[in-house]
Design a binder for this molecule. Structure first.
Ligand code: MTE
Ligand code: MO
Length: 200
């Protein structure tokens, strides 16, 4: 997976020493890819909620969310449309922090966004320093087009798993395909194994 470091440091990679997953090309801009219009969510109205398989839920408003400890994360991101970008600097709250007091034995996470987008992944892929709710990119507030006020960031999977405008995660015993997964994208989406579509 990508290099993770703390402190908004851009990795200084000599060209040619770049780790590109199979079939990917490098880009230096940050394309916007959304399946619908950009929802505008005021921070006063923003909520993020985790619901367990037992139906218990824990939620944070913006103020509560921003009191949680944050990580500075520098990662490489890989989009299924074949662009990869290196050394992207984010700030966010680790899912480990958000899940710390959540009692669950669920195996799967179903991620929901404002606007109706969904995606699914194994709960283990959100744990152990692998996923964040990111609210800042490149030192600025996360722009709405890129998922602001906050988006899921799961750098080790193709970027469609990193739900923009995230509003909740349902923890479930059973897996359910999300928006792109229902339309033929791979259920897991590991860029290093080139899991783009069903059957890859
Ligand atoms: N809510 C929501 N999240 C989303 C999407 C979307 O359409 N809606 N698109 C996904 C896809 S396919 C990609 S490639 C990335 C793009 O993120 P970006 O627009 O910040 O580059 O967001 C992912 N998260
Ligand atoms: Mo995508």
């Amino acid at each position: 997976m990508g290099i993770i470091s703390r402190g908004f440091k851009r990795p200084d990679r000599p060209s040619g020493d770049v780790k590109l997953p199979p079939g990917q090309y490098r880009t230096t801009d940050f394309p916007v890819l959304s399946a619908g219009p950009t929802p505008r969510i005021a921070r006063e109205d923003w909520r993020f909620e985790i619901t367990t398989e037992a139906g218990k839920s824990r939620s944070w408003n913006w103020q509560e969310f921003r009191k949680l400890p944050t990580d500075d994360i520098t990662v490489d991101l890989h989009c299924v449309t074949k662009w990869s970008q290196f050394g992207m600097a984010w700030r966010g709250v680790s899912l480990d922090t958000l899940l710390a007091d959540v009692e669950t034995a669920a195996d799967f996470a179903f991620v929901r966004s404002y606007g109706g987008y969904t995606t699914n992944l194994p709960l283990d892929d959100l744990r152990d320093g692998k996923a964040w709710i990111a609210f800042s990119y490149d030192g600025d507030d996360l722009h709405p087009s890129h998922g602001g006020p906050a988006r899921l960031l799961v750098p080790h999977l193709y970027l469609w798993k990193s739900a923009k405008w995230v509003c909740g995660i349902d923890l479930r015993d059973d897996d359910e395909p999300g928006f792109w997964e229902q339309l033929g994208y791979h259920n897991y989406g590991d860029p290093w194994r080139e899991q783009r579509y069903w059957g890859d």
